[in-house]
Write a protein that binds this ligand. Structure first.
Ligand code: SAH
Length: 238
């Protein structure tokens, strides 16, 4: 079983979105398990504070390293476990599909969710957290970011997706975005009475042509929307 441990000031935010749909089914089937550790249980002094002002000045509060350490030490150590410790932060390495693939093969992930202005850097460095960002934007806390990372990771665990072959062709495999999809009705009449049909090749039954059309669409879309990805693809082929 894939074991997830979350260190958070808001444990009630879990499993959150992870209890729905295919990921929720995997949770029920015990393909993975989520345990939360409440940082407030390890707060300091009679106010049970978990944060303090930043040295050097500036706005906001910083999560204390001693609180993070105590929370981490409360986790029972299991031997011979392939485990990762991750701190989610906008100043971490950008999360990628490749990284999700690597994480999905582990036995355990421990995730530290920041709040306020972030976490004391000593906790990250000394306790050995890998810093990962889910994108170049700033959220208010790490809890949603953790759910993003976990959803992306858990769907890659064998047995979670109904159609595992869908993993082979999706966006980012081979540095291409996925081609567009169409379904019924064949001709869709919108509310203004305008008719829109699906690309003819898709209903032709000619698998070779469909494959070619899809690849062309993928390339076209990637060049237009993500030229950076397309450059990576070309470099890989050289
Ligand atoms: N002052 C920080 C932002 C803190 S946001 C900075 O400028 O880098 C508060 C918390 O939200 C962070 O500690 C982190 O855990 C989480 N968070 C915000 N944006 C995130 C992102 N893009 N990826 C991962 N975690 C994020």
């Amino acid at each position: 079983m894939f074991n997830v441990i979350i260190l958070t000031a808001y444990p009630e935010m879990f499993p959150g979105s992870l209890k729905y749909s295919l990921i929720g089914k995997a949770l029920n089937e015990k393909i993975f398990k989520i345990e939360t550790i409440n940082l407030h249980d390890f707060g300091i002094d009679n106010r049970k504070s978990i944060d303090d002002e930043p040295f050097g000045g500036g706005p906001g509060m910083i999560l204390r390293p001693d609180v993070v350490e105590k929370a981490l030490l409360s986790i029972a150590i299991k031997q011979n476990l392939n485990s990762a410790k991750i701190y989610l932060t906008p100043s971490g390495a950008l999360l990628s599909q490749g990284k999700l693939g690597i994480l999905s093969k582990l036995d355990e992930i421990i995730i530290l969710c920041g709040r306020f202005e972030g976490v004391d850097q000593r906790a990250i460095d000394i306790l050995g957290f890998e810093e990962i960002s889910i994108g170049d934007y700033v959220l208010a806390g790490g809890e949603i970011a953790a759910q993003v990372l976990l959803e992306g990771c858990i769907r890659l665990i064998p047995g979670v997706l109904g159609h595992p072959e869908s993993l082979l062709e999706e966006s980012f495999s081979d540095n291409l975005l996925e081609y567009p999809h169409y379904t019924r009705p064949n001709v869709w009449e919108d509310s203004l009475g305008k008719k829109h049909d699906v690309p003819e090749v898709l209903t032709s039954g000619h698998h070779g042509n469909i494959k070619k059309w899809r690849l062309n669409k993928s390339v076209e879309k990637t060049k237009k929307i993500r030229p950076d990805l397309y450059i990576k693809k070309e470099q890989k082929q050289d």
